[in-house]
Design a protein around this ligand. Structure first.
Ligand code: ITT
Length: 202
């Protein structure tokens, strides 16, 4: 009985501070003790898809730490750039600012601003088995100039058309309602709860 109620230790396999803060809200009402992947342990993202890369990161970190691990691989896919930067979103420049400037530069003079964010999330166990995989997608438009101070990454240039707001202009709660990661979290939560009851002894 006691063990059923005890906290699960899950390692969050990311070094991205923006993702960490969004995962903190996911775990707030789950019996999870989250800790971060060891500093300096980098995993090479060799996959061609978000799902593959999420799996690679979750499995490597779970094996390395001996705990269940949860990984997110995500990115921005822009129609006029044939889906770029896609899985290369974090490698599109050296900083968020540089990546944003590159995207805006590549779209200069282009009126087709359609884009979507995609997030793949994977939970793996310490023996390298995949326990859960979910994904979420959010459609929007790339703005002509950055707007807003909140969020992270490409948030200042990604607008949800129906709201007329970029992710960086939204509260955390509003972004979670509309974002790729927020939608993946909605699917993930009941699956994590079920996993905890299927594996009562962490
Ligand atoms: P980890 O691999 O350690 O998790 P990362 O930043 O390298 O961190 P990814 O490989 O998944 O993560 O790259 C995702 C890129 O897409 C990165 O540049 C993010 O800033 C950006 N991105 C992902 N989700 C985003 C969001 O909700 N808002 C803005 N940008 C986002």
């Amino acid at each position: 009985m006691l063990k059923d109620k005890s906290l699960r230790t899950i390692c969050l396999a990311t070094g991205n501070q923006g993702k960490i803060s969004e995962f903190e809200s996911l775990f707030v009402d789950l019996p999870v003790k989250m800790y971060l992947k060891p500093k300096g342990f980098e995993v090479e993202e060799t996959g061609d898809t978000f799902a593959e890369n999420a799996r690679i990161k979750a499995i490597s970190v779970a094996r390395e730490t001996g705990y269940w691990a949860i990984a997110d691989d995500s990115g921005l896919c822009i129609k006029a750039l044939n889906g770029a930067p896609g899985v290369f979103s974090s490698r599109y420049g050296k900083s968020d600012l540089e990546r944003i400037q590159r995207v805006l530069g590549e779209l200069e003079g282009c009126d087709v601003r359609n884009a979507y964010f995609s997030a793949a999330i994977c939970v793996a166990s310490e023996d390298g088995s995949v326990l859960i995989e979910v994904a979420g997608l959010s459609k929007g438009l790339i703005t002509f100039t950055p707007r807003g101070e909140r969020g992270f990454g490409y948030d200042p240039i990604f607008e949800i058309e129906s709201l007329g707001l970029t992710f960086a202009e939204m509260t955390k709660q509003k972004k979670a309602e509309f974002s790729h990661r927020g939608k993946a979290f909605k699917k993930l939560k009941p699956l994590l709860k079920k996993l905890f009851s299927d594996y009562p002894f962490p």
